[in-house]
Design a protein around this ligand. Structure first.
Ligand code: G
Ligand code: MN
Length: 386
């Protein structure tokens, strides 16, 4: 039996445990032995380029007992096993990094008070490079020695890790924390994002955190975006990164994608200023499958491992060539480009992609032409008025 396991067994038999504490202790020891903990991931989205740039990894415990992750972490802490639980999270996260899509990062949540734990220090040291890892730190309780934390982060930063301040603008995660840590990423707490579009104080606070982040050259991320109107305001304020149910919920899928409608409406807004109709208004969700996966009913885009389209499955034409266009493409130029296709492909749907050519959805030719007609109508009536 390993040293760590035997230590847990002795903790397990402390005599003054209540029944509840004892069952929690057992459950946590079980997790530490490697069962019952999985990491869900939630996409982090660059709103200007409508693209997933990273994923936050979130602990999910299968139980029993049934409880939310914060309850599990709190119980682990009461048994002095909090840091060991973080080690478990880091170990799983580092293994997941292997299959990460290019140009994306993973964020993990670590309690700053655990950074001095020998087990955690050793786990990070054994990982070698920490490129593409972002360590999210939340101040759960008052920290009186920021200097010590900055020191503990030095080797992690030297190995390539980036540092994020989690839940900024809430509880303890205030300006002092921001100043001391000089993080690479500032994650604005979802309490500030919730109905930010209807609350001037919240808007001002988000702006202030944004200005602070600019001064220390950090990126800002708005957490917990649930409504399109919140996204609108954040976009207008120039917040570059967002995360939340509106775009994607945490999931065990490897790797979850973002909601296509929310995304295309984003691309639409980022093209604001131009009055010409674009594909963004016409994009429809579409089934996707990998090349060797079972054929699905209806229209389907066959994609590679990077979610880039290879060809189209259309009921009457399997393996049709694809024309890929960005959602910012104007309806007018999309029609022109579509009609330049070979006669056999000319009327097939267009596949809409983001700027790294990941599949967003399809635009049917019928809708495209309908939209062009409406636009031409609009213009001629405009001429009549002058
Ligand atoms: O403290 P931290 O930001 O790491 O918390 C993340 C938690 O918030 C996760 O448990 C996740 O499931 C949840 N979460 C993620 N996106 C949203 C959202 O849009 N709304 C709400 N209410 N919770 C969210
Ligand atoms: Mn977090």
């Amino acid at each position: 039996m390993s040293k760590r396991a035997s230590r847990h067994v002795s903790l397990l038999t402390t005599p003054d445990d209540s029944g509840e504490a004892l069952s929690w202790r057992r459950a946590i020891v079980k997790v530490l032995s490697g069962t019952g903990l999985r990491l869900a991931s939630q996409p982090i989205v660059d709103i200007v380029h409508a693209r997933v740039v990273g994923y936050e990894l979130l602990a999910r415990f299968s139980g029993p007992p049934e409880a939310t992750p914060d309850v599990w972490f709190r119980w682990a802490e009461t048994f002095g096993m909090g840091a060991a639980l973080d080690v478990q999270v880091v170990t799983i996260a580092l293994a997941m990094r292997e299959h990460l899509p290019p140009d994306t990062f993973l964020t993990i949540n670590i309690d700053p008070l655990h950074l001095s734990d020998v087990g955690l220090v050793e786990t990070f040291a054994a990982a070698g490079s920490l490129e593409r890892i972002v360590i999210e730190l939340t101040e759960h309780s008052v920290i009186d020695d920021y200097g010590a934390i900055v020191e503990l982060l030095k080797p992690l930063r030297a190995a390539g890790a980036k540092i994020a301040i989690d839940d900024a603008g809430s509880g303890y995660a205030g300006l002092q924390w921001l100043h001391a840590l000089s993080p690479d990423l500032v994650k604005i707490d979802r309490a500030l994002i919730d109905h930010v579009d209807e609350d001037e104080i919240k808007t001002a606070l988000v702006e202030m955190l944004g200005a602070m982040a600019d001064r220390i050259d950090a990126w800002v991320l708005a957490e917990g975006v649930e409504r399109a109107s919140e996204l609108d305001v954040l976009m207008r304020m120039g917040v570059p990164l967002v995360q939340g149910y509106l775009l994607a919920r945490p999931s065990f899928e490897i790797w979850p994608t973002i909601d296509v409608e929310a995304l295309s409406s984003l691309a639409l807004r980022s093209g604001a200023g131009s009055t010409e109709a674009t594909l963004a208004q016409l994009v429809e969700t579409v089934n996707k499958r990998r090349e060797h996966a079972a054929v699905v009913q209806g229209i389907c885009v066959v994609v590679d491992e990077l979610d880039q389209p290879l060809f189209l499955d259309i009921p009457e034409c399997r393996g049709a060539k694809v024309l890929t266009l960005r959602p910012t493409e104007t309806v007018r130029s999309a029609v022109e480009r579509a009609l330049l296709r070979a006669p056999a492909d000319r009327w097939q749907p267009i596949v809409c992609v983001n700027d790294v050519r990941q599949t967003l959805g399809i635009v049917r030719m019928e809708r495209l032409i309908h939209s062009l007609v409406r636009e031409v109508d609009g213009q001629s009536s405009g001429l009549e008025r002058t």
